[in-house]
Ligand binder design. Structure first.
Ligand code: S3P
Length: 187
């Protein structure tokens, strides 16, 4: 098959890194994570960088890293939740990679993230309200950037992987022989 470059977008806590890592392993691709790459470059956690330098400096770095990482082939790239905010990131992701949006509601995300201390944007008095606002602002941007939308509300990682692989197979991007059949649906 042709060289494949996939990327994952979506809200914080939707499972981009977990699904990305599994997908890369399954398809024999390299896994990259833009937040991990940024942290390696700044030598500190993103939360500390936000506090010291502010969000705009972080977004500048994120833009540079996404521009570089989207040039690579045979890769699955997990992006930070705010990667779609800048038009140039949306363009780079959409034009150079096949973009999967893992979509989950603010309520589902809050259930997963309510004890989180690492995500700078959620260190506020009412993180649930913050997630609602972020979702309202970003859902249209994720949709616009994505080629595929995967409803990622509650399914387990194997179920999510099944849904992702099925979409990629139907689009002719992945050879069904390269991936096992998705698990049966249990409703
Ligand atoms: C951010 C999400 C984070 C990280 C940074 C900003 C955001 O990534 O890039 O804290 O704007 O939503 P995750 O989506 O992996 O949490």
């Amino acid at each position: 098959m042709r060289p494949l470059s996939l990327s994952l977008v979506g809200m914080p806590g939707c499972g981009k890194s977990t699904v990305g890592r599994h997908l890369a392993r399954q398809l024999g691709l390299v896994f990259a994570d833009s937040d991990t790459e940024i942290e390696a470059r700044i030598g500190m956690p993103i939360r500390s960088f936000f506090e010291r330098e502010g969000e705009e400096r972080f977004r500048d770095l994120e833009q540079q890293v996404i521009d570089e990482l989207t040039e690579r082939a045979d890769q699955v790239l997990a992006t930070g939740g705010g990667a779609v905010l800048r038009p140039s990131n949306r363009d780079a992701l959409h034009s150079r990679t096949h973009v999967l949006y893992l979509r989950a509601s603010a309520e589902d995300l809050f259930r997963r993230l309510r004890h989180d201390t690492q995500r700078p944007l959620l260190q506020v008095a009412d993180p649930q309200q913050r997630l609602r606002e972020l979702f309202r602002e970003r859902d249209p941007l994720y949709r616009r950037t994505a080629h595929f939308i995967i409803e990622a509300a509650r399914p387990s990682v194997p179920a999510l992987m099944g849904m992702v692989l099925m979409q990629l197979e139907m689009a002719g991007l992945v050879d069904p022989a390269r991936s096992p059949s998705p698990p049966p649906q249990t409703h």
